[in-house]
Unconditional design. Structure first.
Length: 81
């Protein structure tokens, strides 16, 4: 995969904690940031795919077992007894 350099401006406290985490995980800071971004992108992509599937299902509608025929009218459903 082709790489591109990137300059970030982050608060010192975050950089310090990120360096400590990278050291703890025996990774470079670049690897830690790259993996975090890849994970976030993967989760977002999964969410978008799931949303598309659900919207398609809603557009198709659900089988309610009526065979396309209403067994009673709206008035009958709301009739007070």
């Amino acid at each position: 995969m082709e790489r591109q350099n990137l300059t970030l401006s982050l608060p010192r406290a975050i950089v310090k904690k990120a360096k400590m985490l990278a050291l703890k995980e025996e990774k470079s800071l670049s690897a830690l940031i790259r993996e975090s971004l890849e994970d976030k992108i993967r989760k977002d992509t999964g969410y978008q795919d799931a949303m598309k599937r659900e919207i398609k299902l809603m557009e198709q509608g659900l089988h309610l077992g009526t065979g396309g025929h209403m067994p009673c009218s709206r008035e009958e459903l709301h009739e007070r007894r």
